[in-house]
Ligand binder design. Structure first.
Ligand SMILES: C[S@@+](CC[C@H](N)C(=O)[O-])C[C@H]1O[C@@H](n2cnc3c(N)ncnc32)[C@H](O)[C@@H]1O
Length: 258
């Protein structure tokens, strides 16, 4: 990943680590349950959770695996995640700092790799997926969740602008066809997939990234002035000119190493 993108990620998430640990959106939901359902059936011994953020996915998988490694680029995030999991009594999670595009693990070290709500921050998703595939044993499973890219280019451009105004480390969300190409290119075969809607409560979502009052006002104006069909594509709800929420579709994929 370029130094600039790494610095953007670390600046955004370093300042917001506590908010991500506290975030109900990240702490659970149908999406995490679905990933965990796949994980439970696989009965893995060794799990790597890439871009662990506040540590919620690592914590969930610690209940179904012998050992979990929580991995993230942002050290304050890892410290906050460590505090969360120790507080919950999970003692089978280790913490490693680094970039997914250069995973510091030997080939075939893990039975399962998880990565939830994070690849839209990666500078080179193809490189990240190749690293993940290398870290998996043959037959091992990559369990992925990320924001699904929209098929309508105008709606996709609109939401990418909304995301980047809130968080400059957002790169973009990918469509299913793009994900399948990344996975295939890394020697991973899709076994199962699902799409789950996740409602973003506006004040909670914007508040987590500590925007200035001016940047928030500009973003809200941008949303209100966007074409109706762009807002409709993400089910924006607006009451008395106040934005209340919008809805993301999350793509979940299980892909196994050949
Ligand atoms: C939204 S959080 C992830 C949420 C978490 N996976 C969960 O389930 O709650 C995004 C995380 O991706 C991490 N990240 C972004 N780019 C990364 C990279 N290239 N390598 C490793 N971690 C990265 C950030 O530091 C941040 O902690």
């Amino acid at each position: 990943m370029s130094g600039d993108q790494a610095r953007r990620v670390q600046a955004q998430f370093g300042a917001s680590a506590g908010a991500y640990v506290a975030s109900a959106t990240h702490a659970g939901g149908d999406d995490l349950e679905r990933l965990l359902g796949w994980g439970r059936a696989l009965r893995p011994a060794r799990v790597l959770d890439v871009a662990t953020g506040g540590g919620h996915t690592a914590l969930a998988f610690a209940a179904v695996a012998r050992r979990v490694v929580a991995f993230d680029l942002t050290e304050p995030m890892l410290r906050a995640a460590r505090e969360l999991v120790r507080g919950r009594g999970a003692h089978n999670i280790g913490f490693v700092a680094g970039d997914v595009e250069a995973l510091p693990f030997r080939e075939a070290a893990f039975d399962v790799v998880t990565c939830r709500i994070a690849p839209h921050h990666f500078g080179d998703v193809g490189a990240a997926v190749r690293q993940i595939a290398r870290a998996l044993r043959p037959g091992g499973s990559f369990l992925l969740q990320d924001i699904l890219g929209h098929d309508d280019p105008e709606a996709a451009t609109f939401i990418t602008e909304v995301e980047r105004r809130r968080d400059p480390s957002h790169v973009r969300a990918y469509r299913t066809v793009e994900w399948k190409a990344f996975l295939r290119g890394a020697g991973l075969t899709v076994i199962d997939d699902a799409v789950i809607r996740k409602v973003r409560v506006w004040d909670d979502w914007t508040g987590r990234m500590r925007m200035t009052a001016e940047a928030l006002r500009d973003l809200e104006r941008f949303v209100r002035q966007a074409p109706d069909r762009c807002r409709a594509a993400f089910a924006f709800t607006i009451r008395d000119a106040a934005i209340e929420s919008f809805t993301d579709r999350m793509l979940l994929l299980r892909a196994d190493r050949d």
